[in-house]
Design a protein around this ligand. Structure first.
Ligand code: K7E
Ligand code: RUQ
Ligand code: CUA
Ligand code: CA
Length: 623
């Protein structure tokens, strides 16, 4: 069906570029496209029909993307920043890993942050979530879990760097991560692995005594506030939009320790935490303190509150569910079946009405094999990944509420992906402002999609255009990803306002100017403290002389004002490499344990005389 309207006219100007690029290509490909059956497609400026298969996601040299995508790096422990729709990787943000290009884990502050949160050199990031205000991204913080060591991290989106990590003492692995909406009042970490609480050697072989907790943190300052304990395990999590309910899945209601025990029951849970009631319990002192954290009892037979209401509700869903996500309108929480071919639809308001929480289940749609995660386009459609079938299935949410339980009728379309998808993420689908244009599917297996690189394969992040319901989902791009992203958040670019130069007032350490009094070498016993500025093409001191065995602290400021002129302080054979962006001050401490001459150099290419930007560290032999 062809209309006379220019499709671009109805679109937000921010996105008008996409159809407009199609228009430019329309002339060349018009003949072939007219023959595509059942394809209404987009219209060019002359009203000619063209295939949506022609959606152009390229971003030409010099143009910027419409969105940021923040992808977790999985067991790389970092965050990757992509531009969408180009899928260009723009930056990485080290979180739980040590990373030398950004000097992360090398300077004293980031080294101590990693040490104080357990001293591990890696983590397993899965769920990056950007803070929201009034259910829209506010672009301030990004939070992400560590599934490996039970931690949550905060990334400051002004500087795109990790600025705080909380070690959650009652978690072994923190899996799901999300904030309480609408205003990110709490950051939640979802404890996946059941262990004794506290895990101090008690109840080693009595799994019935193990448990998991949901941990609540305040976003700023980033502090651990309280936990809620349950007997089952907890997996993925998402927040309602109303500030009351937080949802997690649980695949181990059996409280088993083996795979066969964990898959024995026909049903497991969506666990719905009532946050205001839990807060009241914390306020009233109704908790046990474990590892210094107030732990509220949220187990199935926990006491009701004074109004006779449960703090936590357990909703039966088919065996071993995985993802749970709330629709952009806040009406439904939808859990994906994993071992069961269905998604279960829970009407959130009903949780306050019904005596039996199972009565809040208003729909169950049969989507296919291995449903893991569900995203939304804001037009009433859900998109669910099918791990086993290697497909994405698009289905109609209200049709699924109206249909009989277990019906396949609400399914609109299935599209192959390559291969075995985990998460999928639609633009701003985790907010009330789902944009409905781009969808990224994170395929765990890429097999034959890229040049072979040995037995460790990249993953395949596939970009789909979902903005045209008549044409259906369009696969537009394959993108290889270093192992191993799990989830992402896609944020409209105009919601972020990153700094390009540090504001010295945001940093802990005082700015060191070139003035003589700011630059000094001080000794106290065998501790040497040095402060010096740096700029193109030198450090404040040409030579620094210390004694073998000294503990040396060097603090340095990059006094450049010009953006993108970075320096660093690299010291060979001392494992020192501190990045210094313009107006940034960092400090590093090391032991001068071998006598000799060491050229302290700048590792960031900064000018034609970059190689000459170096000073000598002279370590005199001990007597
Ligand atoms: Cu499905 Cu950690 Cu979100 Cu991986 S989890 S896929
Ligand atoms: S040097 S410009 Cu190693 Cu060619 Cu860097
Ligand atoms: Cu400074 Cu290279
Ligand atoms: Ca189970």
């Amino acid at each position: 069906s062809t209309t006379e309207t220019d499709a671009a006219d109805d679109r937000d100007p921010l996105f008008a570029r996409i159809p407009r690029r199609d228009f430019m290509k329309a002339g060349a490909a018009a003949g072939a496209m007219g023959s595509l059956a059942g394809c209404t497609g987009l219209l060019d400026s002359d009203g000619d029909q063209q295939a949506a298969a022609d959606v152009d996601a390229s971003v030409p040299p010099g143009e910027l993307d419409d969105y940021y995508a923040f992808l977790s790096g999985g067991h790389s422990g970092d965050i990757r920043v992509y531009g969408v729709p180009s899928m260009r990787q723009i930056m990485r943000i080290p979180v739980f890993n040590v990373e030398s290009a950004r000097g992360y884990g090398f300077d004293d502050e980031t080294h101590e942050m990693l040490q104080n949160s357990g001293g591990y050199t890696w983590g397993d990031t899965h769920h990056p979530r950007v803070s929201q205000t009034d259910n829209e991204y506010d672009g301030e913080w990004l939070f992400v879990n560590d599934k490996a060591n039970g931690r949550m991290a905060r990334i400051d989106l002004k500087y795109f760097e990790t600025d705080a990590i909380i070690d959650l003492p009652n978690h072994q692995g923190t899996h799901g991560a999300c904030m309480l909406m609408p205003d990110s009042r709490y950051v939640f970490g979802v404890g996946e692995l059941r262990v004794p609480i506290p895990n101090d050697g008690r109840d080693l072989d009595d799994p019935s005594e193990y448990g998991s907790t949901l941990s609540a943190m305040s976003p700023d300052p980033f502090d651990h506030e309280w936990d809620v304990r349950v007997d089952c395990n907890l997996d993925n999590g998402d927040s309602g939009k109303e500030g009351e309910w937080f949802f997690t899945t649980s695949y181990n209601s059996e409280e088993g320790v083996t795979e066969s025990e964990m898959t024995a029951a026909d049903t497991d849970y969506v666990v719905a935490f009532n946050i205001p009631r839990i807060e009241d319990a914390v306020e009233a002192g109704e908790y046990d303190e474990v590892n210094g954290v107030p732990v509220v009892d949220g187990t199935e037979d926990s006491p009701l509150n004074d109004d006779g209401e449960p703090l936590v509700r357990y909703i039966d869903v088919p065996t071993n569910p995985h993802g749970v996500s709330v629709t952009p309108d806040g009406q439904y929480a939808i859990a994906s079946g994993k071992l069961d071919p269905t998604c279960t639809i829970i009407e959130i308001d009903q949780l306050n009405e019904v005596d039996d929480p199972n009565d809040a289940v208003v729909g169950r749609v049969n989507v296919g094999n291995g449903p893991l995660h569900t995203a939304y386009d804001g037009r009433g459609h859900a998109y669910t990944t099918l791990f086993v079938d290697s497909q994405v299935v698009k289905w109609d949410i209200e049709a699924a509420v109206d249909a009989e339980m277990g019906s396949e009728d609400p399914v609109i379309e299935k599209h192959d992906v390559h291969y075995s998808p985990g998460h999928l993420i639609a633009a701003e689908s985790y907010t009330s402002e789902a944009q409905g244009d781009w969808l990224i599917v994170l395929n765990k297996l890429s097999k034959d999609r890229f040049l072979p690189v040995g037995p460790v394969f990249p993953e395949n992040d596939q970009l789909f255009y979902i903005g045209d319901d008549d044409a259906g989902m369009e696969l537009v791009k394959d993108t290889p990803a270093y192992p191993e992203p799990h989830d992402a958040s896609i944020v409209r670019a105009d919601r972020l306002d990153p700094a390009s130069v540090y504001d010295p007032d945001d940093l802990e350490l005082d700015f060191i100017s070139p003035a003589d009094e700011d630059n000094f070498i001080e000794r106290d016993g065998d501790q040497v403290h040095i402060e010096m500025y740096n700029q193109r093409n030198h450090f404040g001191f040409e030579d620094i002389t210390v004694q073998e065995g000294d503990e040396v602290t060097i603090r340095s400021t990059n006094i450049e004002q010009e953006e993108d002129i970075l320096h660093s302080l690299a010291i060979p054979e001392h494992d020192v490499n501190v990045k210094l962006a313009p107006q940034e001050t960092r400090e590093v401490t090391f032991t001068a344990d071998e006598p000799g001459v060491y050229w302290m150099y700048c590792a960031y290419f900064c000018s034609a005389l970059h190689l000459e930007m170096r000073s000598r560290l002279l370590v005199e032999p001990a007597d």
